[in-house]
Design a protein around this ligand. Sequence first.
Ligand code: AMP
Length: 280
Amino acid sequence: MQVLTTVAAVRAARAGLGDLGLVPTMGYLHDGHLSLVAQAKGECSAVAASIFVNPTQFGPNEDLSRYPRDVPRDLALLEAAGVDLVFTPEPAQMYPAGFDASIVVGGVTGRLEGAVRPGHFAGVATVVAKLFNIVQPTRAYFGQKDAQQSVVIRKLVRDLDIPVEIVVAPTVREADGLALSSRNSYLTPAQRVAAPRLFQALSAGQRLFDGGERNADILRNTMRAMIEGEPAMQIDYISVADPLTLQELSTVEQQALVSGAVRLGATRLIDNVILGEPPA
Ligand code: AMP
């Protein structure tokens, strides 16, 4: 496995890699990341991963400085998973002095996470576009866990004609339903016990829908009430939205993205389920 830290080295290595899958990450890897690697391994002749805690997608009062990091462990996991190339740049490699560009994807970035985290998706779109230009993957793999991120990246690629196929893979969960996340390491034992409540609420919404409920307010109110029953948890938003435009729905006609963001103390958790997904 090649571990590279410069754009020039990645460009030189990429030439020999053929049909290449890219898994962009911020490191502190878990089985969710590794499921993306495994899927890429199955679909591409070579797999690259990036580890970069991208400063520009963090707001001024967010957790950039305390974001968990363990690059030696990450590299061991990626090597064991059969990754061919890892790109681990320093911030100055990605944002050298004088760097002054930003990609703003409109519309879908104003809602949900974008409404709570202004500037977040400009940071994401810009770094992902840079990674696509540097690594030039055939396919790039993202998790459904960050549903809005996938919507933004699909739009980025379509609107700017970036020649990469976007693959979105299912959310990997703990046995109690909590979506795996590097940020789960922030949770105290008591918060960890409370944390599955978000997915339990989303699942209750899913069950109501499966039972025939189509009124989005009823779904939202039911999910909110379940979360409000957990005193340690504060709601940022609970949404029943169109999966492509992310506009809130009043009635679920066919599909809906049901997503939520909550805070447990200083830790933010996000999760989602899709209603009306065609059977796999
Ligand atoms: P991150 O390191 O948190 O930026 O995540 C890197 C990639 O892994 C993103 O595409 C995430 O959507 C994806 N990911 C994070 N958590 C999970 C999970 N529990 N299941 C599947 N994919 C995930």
